[in-house]
Design a protein around this ligand. Structure first.
Ligand code: RTP
Ligand code: MG
Length: 133
């Protein structure tokens, strides 16, 4: 069993896609084991996106993530990290295959609907950051 951290980003919440997105994880027999809704603070986001600090898109990304409510979840199941990233699709919507969340709904590089931790190590850190609040 593996655990990962998923965020439904503000664009997806505003577009009314929470149910549609959760349905896709559950359809692959992944289990939502924790869930909360909040507008993230800058502090939390700086920790969450530490690997991107200094990059050209960093401030833009933080402003976007603070623009509204997000849904933060832990998702549990076999290969949860890789399964979630496959369901989410490639970062850039034009590269994301149809049938993935970003392929089906993505129209913007920054506002790309979902986040999924990229390794079990990242997942552990991110779960601490969000659920250790
Ligand atoms: P995520 O962390 O959200 O699951 O996405 P990812 O691993 O596929 O992408 P990552 O490289 O970690 O980038 C984090 C988020 O930053 C925004 N981004 N904007 N303007 C740009 O060139 C750019 N590049 C990345 C996206 O919101 C991306 O998901
Ligand atoms: Mg990432």
């Amino acid at each position: 069993m593996e655990k990962t951290l998923v965020i439904i980003k503000p664009d997806a919440v505003k577009r009314g896609l929470i149910g549609e997105i959760i349905k896709r994880y559950e359809a692959k027999q992944l289990t939502i084991t924790k869930m909360m809704m909040l507008t993230p603070s800058r502090d939390t986001l700086v920790k969450h996106y530490a690997e991107h600090e200094g990059k050209s898109f960093f401030e833009n990304l933080l402003a976007f993530m603070m623009s509204g409510d997000v849904v933060v979840m832990t998702i549990t199941g076999p290969n949860a990290v890789a399964q979630v990233r496959k369901i989410n699709g490639a970062t850039k919507f034009l590269d994301a295959e149809m049938g993935t969340i970003r392929g089906d709904y993505g129209v913007d590089i920054t506002a790309n609907l979902v986040h999924g931790a990229d390794s079990t190590d990242s997942a552990k850190k991110e779960i601490d950051i969000w659920f250790g609040l």
